[in-house]
Ligand binder design. Structure first.
Ligand SMILES: NC(=O)c1ccc[n+]([C@@H]2O[C@H](COP(=O)([O-])OP(=O)(O)OC[C@H]3O[C@@H](n4cnc5c(N)ncnc54)[C@H](OP(=O)(O)O)[C@@H]3O)[C@@H](O)[C@H]2O)c1
Length: 337
C-alpha cells in the first residue's frame, strides 16, 4: 500500500510516499480503516525530524488524524458496533497511508452531513475548542470572546462554537485575508489584525471600553491580550503556535481578578475519559444541527503531495484545517461548508 514512511529523521519534503509499505496488522481490539482524508498538523513536521514528544520506532508512517470507512475485509472485534463500509473518523499514528489499524473504541461515527475532508480534522481540534470554551472558561451567551489565530484549525472551531453559544466573537489574526476567513467561515462578528500596533486599542473600542470576557489563545499571546481583558475575565492557554512558551508576571492576574486556565484535550483520556463521551455527544449534536461546520483549507493535496500541504502549513499560509485526500469520496455526500 501507499504510505509516507519515515526510515530516518528528515524534513517531510525528504520523506517520499512509497507504494510497497506493508499493510497494517490489527491488534485484538482494532479495525482496519480505508483512509479517505488525513488531517495535516505542525507536529508531523517535528515528528519526521525526531523533534516531537512522541517518536515511534523506525520505520513509522507519518500522520495522526483521519476520516475513512471500515475496510471490507476488516476484522470486527467483539462488541464493536461498526460494520464494513461505515464512515468514521479518529486519530492514530500513520494516517498518511491507504489504510490504518485503529482501536474501534477510539473511533467516532462521521455525521452524514460531513465530507471525509471535514471529518479528517475533527478529532482533536473541535473537542479542544469546545471543552476549552464550555468546560474551562464557562463562556456565556452575550459575553465577548476573542480568539487568536482565529483562522487556524482550533481557532476557527472556537469562533464557530463561540457563536453557537451566543457570544460576541472577535477574530484576531495575522492578516486581512485570515480575518475575512474568520468572519466568512467562522462567523466572527469583528476582526482585528495583531500585526497592527494599535490592535489592542481596537479591541477596547469594539467592546465599548468594557474589554473581553474570554480569551482563547493557541499562539502564546496571553500577556498581550491581558491589556483588554475584562474584570473577572478568563484567559485560556491552548497552545504556543508562536514557538515560545509564554511566561507571565502574576500581578497581571491579580489586578483584574482574572483566571488563567489551561486545556489539554489529549490528557482527558487519562484523567476523565467519561467526560470525553459527554463532550462528543454535545459536539455531534451541534455539528449534526448544522449550526457549526468544520472548515477545510482550499488547497487539498493528494497523498503523494502531502509534504506540499505540510510546507504551506509551516509557512503559515493555511487556514481552517488543511487535509490530504488519500481517496476520492465514492458517495454523493453533500456537506455544507
Ligand atoms: N491544548 C490542546 O489540547 C491543543 C489541541 C490542539 C492544538 N493545540 C495547539 O494549538 C496550536 C494551534 O493549532 P492549530 O491546529 O490551530 O494550528 P494551525 O491551523 O497551523 O494554526 C496556527 C496559527 O497560529 C498562528 N501563528 C502565530 N505565530 C505563528 C508562528 N510563529 N508560526 C506559525 N503559526 C503562527 C498562525 O495564524 P496567523 O497567521 O493568523 O497568526 C497560524 O495559522 C498549536 O500550538 C497546537 O499544538 C492544542
Amino acid at each position: 500500500m501507499r504510505a509516507a514512511v519515515v526510515k530516518a529523521y528528515a524534513h517531510p519534503s525528504k520523506v517520499p510516499v512509497v507504494t510497497d509499505a506493508p499493510e497494517p496488522t490489527p491488534g485484538k481490539n482494532d479495525v482496519i480503516v480505508d483512509v479517505y482524508s488525513a488531517g495535516l498538523n505542525f507536529f508531523d513536521i517535528l515528528q519526521a525530524q525526531g523533534k516531537y514528544q512522541n517518536q515511534p520506532p523506525f520505520p513509522f508512517t507519518l500522520g495522526a488524524e483521519f476520516a475513512g470507512r471500515i475496510a471490507a475485509d476488516s476484522p470486527i472485534p467483539r462488541g464493536c458496533p461498526y460494520k464494513p463500509g461505515q464512515r468514521v473518523f479518529g486519530s492514530g499514528q500513520g494516517t498518511y497511508a491507504d489504510k490504518i489499524a485503529a482501536p474501534w473504541n477510539h473511533l467516532v461515527p462521521l455525521p452524514d452531513n460531513m465530507t471525509f475532508d471535514q471529518g479528517a480534522g475533527l478529532f482533536v481540534t473541535w473537542p479542544t475548542s469546545y471543552e476549552a470554551l464550555v468546560g474551562r472558561a464557562e463562556l456565556k451567551a452575550g459575553e465577548w470572546l476573542l480568539v487568536t489565530a482565529s483562522a487556524g484549525g482550533v481557532g476557527i472551531a472556537a469562533c464557530q462554537i463561540g457563536k453557537a453559544l451566543g457570544a460576541k466573537v472577535i477574530a484576531a489574526a495575522g492578516s486581512e485575508e485570515k480575518i475575512e476567513v474568520s468572519k466568512k467561515y467562522g462567523g466572527a462578528d469583528y476582526g482585528v489584525n495583531y500585526k497592527n500596533p494599535d490592535w489592542q486599542k481596537e479591541v477596547m473600542k469594539i467592546t465599548g471600553g468594557k474589554g473581553v470576557n474570554v480569551i482563547y489563545d493557541p499562539v502564546g499571546m496571553i500577556r498581550d491580550c491581558l491589556k483588554f481583558i475584562a474584570w473577572k475575565g478568563r484567559a485560556i492557554v491552548v497552545g504556543f503556535a508562536g514557538g515560545e512558551i509564554e511566561k507571565l508576571p502574576l500581578n497581571l492576574v491579580l489586578l483584574k481578578n482574572i483566571s488563567i486556565v489551561g486545556i489539554h484535550w489529549g490528557a482527558y483520556s487519562k484523567h476523565e475519559p467519561e467526560h470525553m463521551t459527554v463532550v462528543w455527544q454535545d459536539l455531534l449534536k451541534l455539528l449534526g444541527s448544522g449550526r457549526a461546520s468544520p472548515v477545510t483549507y482550499t488547497n487539498v493535496y493528494p497523498l503523494e503531495r502531502y509534504a506540499d500541504g505540510l510546507k504551506e502549513l509551516e509557512e503559515r499560509k493555511t487556514w481552517g484545517k488543511a487535509v490530504v485526500r488519500i481517496r476520492e469520496d465514492d458517495t454523493a455526500t453533500k456537506a455544507k461548508l
